[in-house]
Ligand binder design. Structure first.
Ligand SMILES: [Zn+2]
Length: 675
């Protein structure tokens, strides 16, 4: 076996580490090494990435089609195709031919671009001719709508100086271009950004969503710059950044606490999008303060409102001061936008912590936002949610129906959720600046890419992750080729083992690093990555020392009996309430220092076509618990989690815990109880 450690690679890695100012590079063994960040010395030779004056990206998104989802991830996309996303044009009043996106005169706002952005990518990933045809039909209207001054889209939005819906449409157009190479997209974007460039600065992004979400517009400006090198785009980038709301300063402030209902900065979806905005501009400004701001701001609101499993934070429209317990919901739009922000941050910084955070939402919160058949969704998902009914007897900012599952309701989420799984699939693998490949998010897949000196490789990733504890990679290559293969080591992982062609690779692979295997790869080479999943109990000091159970990337929830009751919709597209048929007020008999004493893995099975369903749960845990009679419902919600240890009653019994993403009704944050 040849071992290759190229001095230049190590040097470039140290250079980046010196620039980023944290982390450490180690050389654990003769065949591999670990890095905290992939290098960012010079641009990838095979794929379009940042051009000067933008910073070099350590990770580069591969063109759509390079990554093929397989296994359970492919089935999510197929279920989307067969579910409400694939048929939303039959359901949603916003996707009819009287849309302003066709007539240009009628109202046409965010809904169509929200849907098209995910629906189009779904069609490209599935190579589905019907979805592609329908996507192109809509995009042809968009491409033809451009006015002599460069504006495109409905006239109403232009009259209102509202650029927000177009920001979303730009993403749909970029995906379409990546797949087709249709130059009309480049022309439209270039003329549209000229239009923006000629708006007097004081009138650019005057207020509302567009001002808060200008970071999305900025990303599209850089996307075009990397393809055309038009200098005005760099000027425009600076202007857009300056005219976008300030996401560099701390997000939570005493003034905003007082006016939380009015503050756009406290709106969950704005936060999940705005969080990445300073780092997007960092690519142009090269000032560290913008990267620091993202880390600091993320910690600020997660420490306060994100003390819960599943990767989200309580903002059931807005963050509500004082409402930080696990009954507070997160909007489905916030989940997919947070994931997209983390995918972008991963690309810009290379920091694998963003991959951990993206997976946490994808594997735990996102599946629970939809019915297992992906034929309906709800607006709010919470770690402790014991009734998905249509009543208003829940303490949320908005009144009315928010947690029942309905394909007809929840206007923004109904359309916007479409891009969650497709974008996740597209980001499983990325190219590195040293012409290698990085497995950054784990799921069954195959990747086809150019590496090293330009050889084509295909790597097949076989895994049951996040339900299984290892991944097997098989390299296919037209000729032997040297390139670095980066494997992200999840932050939770301990005692990681790596084998190449059956031989253990020396070294210590710590969670939060990348293992780098740089060698002459030959056709048929095999890599095995093992990350044993240990039981872990996390305490939440701000929730009265309540606890949650984790194993690898999955959080676990009490299995609650579900009764599904149809309350609306049509026979083809019904709306359901889900109400509990079993008790949920359990406290756990658990010692966080030794979770294995009272919690055990009861069963493990191969993931089904749809593993995110209670009966299909690929992993089931058994935990010792006792009833807590004082923990009762408030309206249709679970009451606040009692202080731990809570007063328990009756004997200890064994309860089932299933992955949070499998449970539509759940308790995921438990009080502890004594024997
Ligand atoms: Zn929404």
């Amino acid at each position: 076996m040849r071992t290759l450690l190229v001095p230049g690679l190590i040097l470039s890695s140290f250079l980046l580490l010196a620039l980023i100012g944290s982390g450490s590079a180690r050389r654990p063994g003769p065949e591999s090494r670990t890095v905290r960040f992939p290098p960012a010395s010079h641009p990838n030779a095979h794929y379009i990435s940042n051009r000067p004056p933008l910073t070099v990206s350590p990770l580069v998104k591969l063109p759509i089609g390079s990554v093929e989802p397989r296994g359970w991830l492919l089935s999510q996309l197929q279920l989307m195709r067969d579910g409400f996303t694939g048929h939303l044009n039959e359901i949603s009043q916003f996707l009819k031919d009287d849309s302003g996106w066709i007539t240009l005169k009628a109202r046409g706002w965010e809904e169509l671009p929200y849907w098209l952005k995910g629906y189009g990518d779904l069609g490209y990933l599935l190579k589905d001719p019907g979805i592609r045809k329908e996507t192109e039909r809509w995009l042809n209207y968009v491409l033809k709508s451009q006015q002599p001054d460069g504006y495109f889209g409905p006239a109403d939005n232009k009259a209102a100086s509202d650029l927000w819906p177009n920001m979303v449409m730009l993403s749909a157009l970029q995906s379409y271009y990546e797949v087709t190479g249709d130059r009309r997209v480049i022309s439209l974007l270039s003329r549209y950004f000229q239009y923006q460039y000629h708006i007097p600065v004081e009138n650019l992004l005057p207020g509302s969503w567009q001002k808060l979400r200008g970071g999305d517009n900025l990303e599209s400006v850089y996307w075009l710059f990397n393809r055309t090198s038009e200098n005005f785009l760099i000027d425009l980038g600076r202007r857009i950044f300056e005219r976008t709301s300030d996401w560099t300063s701390p997000i939570l402030t005493p003034d905003r606490d007082k006016n939380w209902a009015e503050s756009g900065y406290y709106h969950g979806v704005n936060i999940t999008m705005g969080i990445r905005q300073p780092s997007v501009y960092y690519q142009q400004s090269r000032e560290w303060k913008y990267l620091d701001a993202v880390d600091r701001n993320y910690r600020q609101f997660m420490d306060e409102y994100g003390q819960q499993p599943g990767g989200m934070f309580g903002a059931d429209e807005n963050i509500r001061p004082g409402k930080a317990d696990p009954r507070q919901g997160a909007e489905t739009c916030s989940m997919v936008e947070f994931m997209a922000s983390f995918e972008s941050l991963l690309k810009i910084t290379g920091d694998p912590v963003w991959a951990d955070r993206c997976e946490e939402i994808a594997f735990n919160s996102l599946p629970a936002s939809m019915t297992p058949d992906l034929k309906a969704l709800h607006y709010l998902t919470a770690p402790n949610l014991v009734s998905c009914d249509s009543s208003g007897e829940h303490d949320f900012q908005n009144r009315g129906t928010l947690v029942s599952y309905d394909p007809w309701n929840y206007r923004c989420c109904q359309h916007n959720v479409a891009f969650g799984w497709p974008y996740f699939a597209e980001h499983l693998w990325m190219a590195t600046s040293d012409n290698g490949l990085a497995a950054v998010l784990y799921a069954p897949s195959a990747v086809n890419a150019l590496v090293g000196d330009g050889a084509k490789v295909a790597i097949i990733e076989e895994t049951f992750y996040p339900f299984g504890d290892h991944a097997d990679f098989t390299v296919g290559t037209e000729r032997p080729v040297e390139f670095p293969l980066y494997l992200r080591i999840p932050g939770w992982a301990l005692q990681v083992r790596i084998e190449v062609n059956g031989r253990e690779v020396g070294g210590e692979f710590a969670g939060g690093d990348y293992a780098v295997l740089k060698r002459l790869w030959r056709h048929g080479d095999q890599v095995r990555l093992e990350f044993p999943m240990k039981l872990k109990v996390t305490s939440w000091p701000r929730i009265g020392n309540a606890v949650s159970v984790q194993r690898g990337p999955l959080w676990y929830s009490l299995r609650i009996g579900e009764e599904w009751k149809r309350y609306g919709g049509t026979d083809a597209w019904p709306a359901y309430e889900i109400v509990p048929t079993t008790e949920w007020n359990f406290g756990l008999l658990v010692n966080p220092a030794n979770p294995g004493a009272t919690i055990r893995v009861a069963s493990q099975k191969t993931p089904a076509y749809q593993p995110f369903a209670p009966a299909a749960a690929p992993v089931v845990l058994k935990a010792r618990a006792r009833r807590v009679p004082g923990w009762q419902a408030e309206g249709r919600m679970a009451g606040p989690v009692p202080m731990s240890p809570a007063e328990a009653d009756g004997p200890a019994e064994e309860i089932d815990l299933i992955p949070m993403g499998c449970a539509r009704l759940r308790i995921s944050v438990f009080p502890t109880v004594r024997k």
